[in-house]
Design a protein around this ligand. Structure first.
Ligand code: PAF
Length: 285
């Protein structure tokens, strides 16, 4: 049965024993409300490590004041069952006061990579992510940590942070898991009403068209973006935040596609903001 730890001391005591026994540790950081996408990360972690810890923590510091922190979906019992089925060993589910002691005022900022894409409309988001992920790395001291490629900018930020702060941890990116109609799995899909849910797969169709055009040799980033934007706008319920083509490593916009790129978008349906992307070049998927 999955062990649920609520305190940092409990997790540390378990990890200390693992390390004493010479066991490797994989960490899967999540904000809970687990779905097949998270399960694919846990499955990979279970195959690559002796012990797996899944953190389940809705991190307040990565939500802006007008974002959905209070409403973010939560279902701890279901999460525990999924972790158990996937054969994870520990679910770490601290209260906010446990993760952020009173007076907490230290943050991790990854500059540059965080100024584009989601960083533009969510200015404090990546500071919160980098801070909580650093804390989790310090608490769990994993050998490997697993992140989904749906949050491609987050993955790039974490890789940069690990390099810059010399964390001795392998960061493993895992492919996007999709619904049958192509919509990327996300805890926020639950917010979509019936009409919005029917409209949302346009994101995948638009990205596929863009990717095909790149594969056929189109290197003009603006032309690809127009193709994607026009396709998305054909769905009346969509409201584009951004469609952008950036260098896969620096996350800076490119005008010509000459190396590995990330084509990423954020689009709202009603009040639900969804993200999706494709990579092309060495990180192609
Ligand atoms: O991707 C997420 O669910 C979160 O941003 C993460 C990495 C667990 C940090 O809170």
């Amino acid at each position: 049965m999955i062990k649920i730890c609520k305190t940092i001391d409990e997790v540390r005591a378990e990890v200390k024993q693992y390390k004493k026994d010479g066991l490797s540790v994989g960490l899967v950081p999540t904000m809970g409300y687990l779905h097949e996408g998270h399960k694919s990360l846990i499955d990979k972690a279970v195959t690559e490590n002796d012990r797996v810890i899944v953190s389940d923590f809705v991190n307040p510091t990565q939500f802006g004041p007008s974002e959905d922190l209070e409403d973010y979906p939560r279902d701890l019992d279901k999460d525990a069952m999924l972790c158990d089925d996937a054969k994870a060993d520990i679910m770490f589910n601290p209260e906010p006061e446990e993760m952020y002691a009173a007076g907490s005022c230290t943050f991790v900022t990854v500059s540059g990579l965080t100024s584009e894409l989601c960083g533009k409309s969510r200015p404090i988001h990546f500071r919160g992510v980098a801070t909580v992920v650093s804390k989790l790395f310090n608490i769990v001291d994993p050998d490997r940590a697993y992140f989904g490629e749906k949050d491609a900018q987050q993955l790039a930020v974490i890789k940069r942070m690990v390099k810059d702060l010399n964390f001795d941890i392998e960061i493993v990116g895992c492919p996007i898991v999709r619904e049958e109609d192509g919509l990327a799995k996300s805890s926020r899909n639950k917010y979509l009403n019936k009409e919005e849910r029917m409209a949302a797969p346009v994101l995948r169709r638009a990205l596929e068209l863009g990717k095909e055009a790149v594969a056929k040799g189109e290197i003009d980033a603006d032309k690809i973006k127009v193709l994607i934007v026009d396709t998305i706008n054909s769905e009346k319920l969509s409201n584009i935040d951004y469609v952008e083509i950036v260098d896969a490593e620096t996350i800076k916009p490119v005008s010509k596609i000459r190396g590995p790129i990330l084509c990423a978008l954020a689009v709202s349906f009603g009040t639900t903001r969804l993200i999706d992307n494709f990579s092309y070049g060495s990180r192609e998927k």
